[in-house]
Design a protein around this ligand. Structure first.
Ligand SMILES: [Zn+2]
Length: 451
């Protein structure tokens, strides 16, 4: 989430959350470990990770079609942004078991795995019957296809391999977090970007819901598959009804963007905070840790928090809002009206200006900035027992000096003889597509959890 409450051009304005717009209810009590038909929860292996490449996909067969007419969610029935891998707890209905098993198999095959039903059964500990049922459903839903036969080292009947069906579904993802450009893309269900659209933005406040709808229209018109859903990542606070409560970056207040998109396109539509979207990409493509803090440093400072594989939204959907925490009461006046907010010290604009004024002190300036961030995060990391912090930002700012400063300060603040485990702060290596990727994952995970 992000920060910047009254800062017109801050890239992040806070927010955390997301909203699901699917038309089908998603039960928040759904379990996330695969479950066999007698209800035993089993462990889920990690997905065959790796970042998606950007290869184009072959043309799909079909006409695109918007699925589902009513995309409006009943309040309180949705599971917001949480990664595909979860370890949750209870099984409350046969539908939950079905969703859990489908999700587990999807994770196992994501993004490019090819396994037989017998191999899937062994890998995730589900019975052959449960796997066959789940795979049959996934074939019906065009999530997987049979493709080729397994290699056997011993004599026996070779099983058909199952892999993700990359040609049927397309996901439309829009990223509104940049100061300079509005980004859109169409992705397949493995996170490959099939096609892109970029539109220069003179002023982010010139972006309107119609601008977003027009870009979606253009992308859908060029897409070669069926539309699984649309996701829009917004720097701002988004509530559970897909309303943009506040985005100072875009100048939006109480804007029902989710409903506007659903009314126009009739397919599942989602609106998520940009830092939460980015965190999903980190979780799936760059990290394997179910507990972490993600920080993005741009014109504003935003963060997102993952606890036990659940994104923390907070009481007001604004968890992660750290940009306006005061780090020096005598510091510079902030756009929010206070003095000495974190954002006034470590935003990209401030650091670049400082470096331009004293180029020979570049390393020291960035190290000091990293230390400020480290000290601010030390309390949160200790409170939540998080030892993995990923920082995303431009390379001229979030480089070795910045990261070294952050590591020094956070460990100096939190480590002791009683708690020796170090906290690792590292640079996020996913590039500019991070938010597009994460928002597509948000659409995908909600589709998987549809019943
Ligand atoms: Zn402030």
């Amino acid at each position: 989430m992000v920060a910047s409450i009254h800062q017109p051009h801050s890239r992040s304005s806070a927010a955390k959350n997301s909203t699901a717009a699917a038309h089908s209810p998603i039960d928040t009590s759904a379990a996330h470990s695969p479950v066999d038909t007698v209800g035993n929860t089993v462990s889920v292996p990690p997905p065959a990770g790796g970042r998606p490449d950007r290869a184009s996909r072959p043309a799909a067969d079909g006409t695109r079609s918007a699925t589902h007419a009513d995309a409006r969610p009943p309040a309180g029935r949705y599971q917001f942004l949480s990664p595909l891998l979860t370890t949750a707890p209870t099984i409350s209905s046969p539908n939950d078991i079905r969703v859990t098993n489908v999700t587990a198999i999807f994770n196992l095959l994501f993004p490019s795995g090819a396994l037989s039903r017998a191999q899937i059964s062994r890998r995730i500990g589900l019975s052959r019957v449960s796997v066959s049922q789940a795979v049959a459903e996934m074939i019906d839903r065009h999530l997987v296809v049979e493709s080729g036969q397994e290699e056997l080292s011993r004599p026996g009947k070779r099983g058909m391999l199952v892999r993700l069906d990359l040609s049927y579904w397309r996901i439309v993802s829009i990223d509104l977090s940049s100061d300079l450009v509005m980004r859109g893309a169409v992705l397949d269900i493995a996170g490959h970007i099939v096609l892109r659209s970029e539109q220069a933005v003179a002023d982010p406040t010139s972006i309107t819901p119609q601008t977003v709808i027009d870009m979606c229209d253009s992308l859908i018109g060029r897409a070669d598959g069926h539309i699984l859903g649309i996701g829009v990542a917004v720097p701002g606070i988004i509530d559970e009804n897909r309303i943009v409560v506040n985005s100072s970056h875009l100048g939006w207040t109480d804007l029902p963007l989710g409903d506007q998109l659903a009314d126009r396109f009739g397919c599942p539509c989602f609106v998520d905070n940009d830092a939460n979207s980015a965190l999903l990409a980190v979780r799936l493509f760059d990290d394997k840790t179910p507990n972490m803090i993600f920080v993005q440093i741009t014109r504003g400072i935003g963060a997102a928090v993952l606890i036990d594989d659940r994104i923390v939204l907070g009481a007001g959907h604004a968890a992660g809002e750290i940009g306006h925490v005061i780090v020096d009461p005598d510091g510079p006046v902030c756009a929010c009206g206070k003095r000495g907010c974190l954002e006034t010290f470590i935003s990209t604009g401030r650091l670049r200006a400082d470096i331009a004024g004293s180029p020979d002190r570049r390393g020291e300036i960035l190290r000091t900035a990293g230390q400020r961030l480290g000290r601010v995060l030390a309390c949160s990391a200790s409170l939540l027992d998080i030892d993995d912090i990923t920082v995303f930002g431009p390379t001229d700012v979030v480089g070795p000096s910045f990261i070294a400063g952050a590591n020094e300060a956070i460990n100096a603040s939190s480590a002791s003889r009683l708690l020796a485990r170090p906290i690792r702060v590292r640079r996020c290596e996913i590039g500019d597509d991070i938010t597009l990727l994460g928002e597509a994952i948000s659409v995908l995970q909600n589709a998987l959890q549809r019943k």
